[in-house]
Design a protein around this ligand. Structure first.
Ligand SMILES: Cc1cc2nc3c(=O)[nH]c(=O)nc-3n(C[C@H](O)[C@H](O)[C@H](O)COP(=O)(O)OP(=O)(O)OC[C@H]3O[C@@H](n4cnc5c(N)ncnc54)[C@H](O)[C@@H]3O)c2cc1C
Length: 506
């Protein structure tokens, strides 16, 4: 008897799993995850991603075993693994979710499609988010997003498993070259995803509005769902629908809570909006969205500045504390991510690609579509966004007024009196003798004001060129959001006073 193969990728859940639900309509299913060695050799891969996936698969496997099935772990490249499975026991259909990944997964999916065609296997892929494959016209995008989010959850009524010859226990070992697994990172699995969503909706989201910009309040006030969405432990549709239901049940006087949740819903929309950019133009993982910005930073990359940034030695305490928090936890809030990239792109004048590769390994929630679009946006190479330059001293004054954050992550700041909190390099040398740590306070890598001014001038000079002006409309047509959402966002900002929280242009 034949069966359908369900290929789990970044959709590690059993509830609202469209591929699994559809495969189940055609008879017995067999569930696989493939550890692809070459995928884990890509520069954006880190051990934390692998371990998070392993934890999520363990949770999935445990659930499927209660239903009489399991997840098989196969190791090898695709489509070779499919060939092997097919030779052992041919399957009639392959079911998976669409993935807007990096260039490796893009090329691999093309090979899998060709393999299915050659072997007469039905290859069905389903949308994971509100991202539209082969989108013809951006004007239709918002309606498609709404339609996807409003459609019923695909829950499993009955599931029959293909009886695999061996019911081996779950084993999955990490490729040896993988590094970086922050001790305080979030753990994987749908069970934890649901607990995170529930604690956010029932309690933490009260602090969302006003709480998401400071790195002190953000870890609790933000939903912390990004990694669960990135690896599909929970579906975006389930999050949207549960949030809408929760909002509908709030009492009329809960206006602040409601405003926070509508800000949260807008971000879920932006999640897909950003991924759509990479889906529509995969090359933006590697090259400028607006080609008029080519050769702006490529020739002047300063490796010493880059190493200092990665080692938390820029000299700006807010930047260095963020690098260490990220290293220890795998997470940072939006504003601090934007500040890190802004410091790299403007005063340090570093090209976004190496910075983005490093950050991809640091962010547990690495989602290529959001990541590369944001890297380019914060570096000023999209041609359609206003230049946003975050001053790390001002960010510290606004979001860590009493130095609690920098002192938590940078031991040497604990001895710095408040007077020099924001510019500790100005602390008189004789006070250094009273320091309880032997770590020297690093001086700033560059003169912040001067370096920022120079970089802005370079960017603006490029923006004024005929070539850049002429190329802008094509980027707008392909990637910019449409009028209707601009209006919606403007009214959202007005109603919720959330312009500072939204933190991005369209
Ligand atoms: C340079 C840079 C790189 C980033 N890289 C990633 C990434 O790889 N993966 C990732 O999920 N987010 C990324 N973000 C967006 C954002 O910082 C994170 O989504 C957010 O901090 C995750 O925390 P949260 O789930 O608690 O967010 P919440 O504030 O609770 O937001 C809810 C969800 O909305 C989405 N979201 C939030 N902010 C944005 C945004 N600005 N753009 C698009 N979607 C958003 C995320 O899916 C998030 O889980 C990046 C931002 C910047 C500036």
């Amino acid at each position: 008897m034949s069966y359908s193969l369900v290929w789990f990728k970044r959709d590690l859940r059993w509830q609202d799993h469209e591929a699994l639900a559809h495969a189940a309509m055609h008879g017995p299913v067999r569930c696989i995850y493939v550890v692809e060695p070459k995928l884990w050799l890509q520069p954006d891969a880190a051990l934390q991603h692998f371990e998070f996936i392993r934890e999520s698969l363990q949770d999935l496997d445990a659930h499927l075993r209660t239903l009489g099935g399991r997840v098989e772990i196969h190791t090898g490249e695709l489509p070779e693994v499919l060939t092997k499975i097919w030779h052992d026991a041919p399957f009639s259909g392959l079911y998976a979710h669409e993935e807007t990944g990096n260039s490796f997964t893009y090329a691999r999916d093309l090979k899998v499609g060709a393999w299915c065609q050659a072997h007469g296997v039905r290859w069905q892929e389903f949308a994971q988010f509100g991202v539209v494959r082969r989108l013809k016209n951006r004007n239709l995008w918002q309606a498609a997003w709404e339609q996807h989010m409003a459609s019923p959850l695909q829950n499993l009524n009955s599931l029959t498993f293909w009886q695999s010859p061996s019911a081996a226990s779950f084993v999955m070992s990490a490729p040896s070259q993988l590094q970086h697994n922050p001790p305080l990172r979030q753990r994987g699995g749908r069970t934890l995803a649901l607990a995170t969503l529930n604690s956010f909706l029932s309690a933490r989201s009260i602090g969302y509005r006003g709480g998401i910009s400071s790195p002190l309040s953000a870890p609790d006030a933000c939903s912390r769902l990004s990694v669960y969405l990135a690896f599909g432990c929970i579906s975006m549709r389930e999050v949207v629908q549960k949030t809408r239901t929760h909002m509908a049940g709030l009492p009329p006087q809960a206006s602040r809570h409601r405003a926070g949740l509508s800000g949260f819903l807008s971000r879920l929309y932006w999640h897909c909006h950003f991924i759509q950019k990479l889906e529509s133009e995969p090359a933006i993982e590697w090259r400028n969205m607006h080609r008029g910005y080519d050769d702006l930073r490529e020739q002047t990359f300063n490796p010493e500045y880059f190493e200092a940034l990665k080692d938390a030695r820029t000299g700006w305490p807010m930047v260095d504390a963020c690098v260490i928090m990220l290293r220890e936890t795998g997470w940072l809030n939006f504003r601090m991510r934007a500040m890190l990239v802004s410091v790299a792109a403007y005063p340090l004048w570093l090209h976004w690609r190496p910075v983005g590769e490093w950050l991809a390994t640091q962010f547990l929630d690495y989602e290529p579509g959001i990541h590369w679009s944001q890297l380019q946006m914060q570096s000023g190479t999209t041609g359609i966004n206003t230049t946003r330059v975050y001053n790390p001293i001002k960010q510290a004054q606004d979001h860590d007024t009493h130095g609690v954050f920098v002192r938590r992550w940078l031991p040497y700041m604990r001895d710095v009196p408040d007077t020099w909190l924001f510019e500790p390099w100005l602390k008189p040398a004789q006070l250094q003798a009273h320091s309880t740590t032997s770590i020297e306070i690093p001086p700033p890598l560059v003169d912040l004001a001067l370096a920022t001014r120079t970089s802005k001038q370079l960017l603006h000079a490029r923006r004024q060129t005929k070539e850049v002006k002429a190329g802008k409309q094509a980027v707008v047509d392909k990637h910019a959001s449409r009028q209707t959402f601009r209006k919606r966002s403007a009214s959202l900002k007005k109603n919720a006073g959330a312009s500072q929280q939204l933190g991005f242009d369209f």
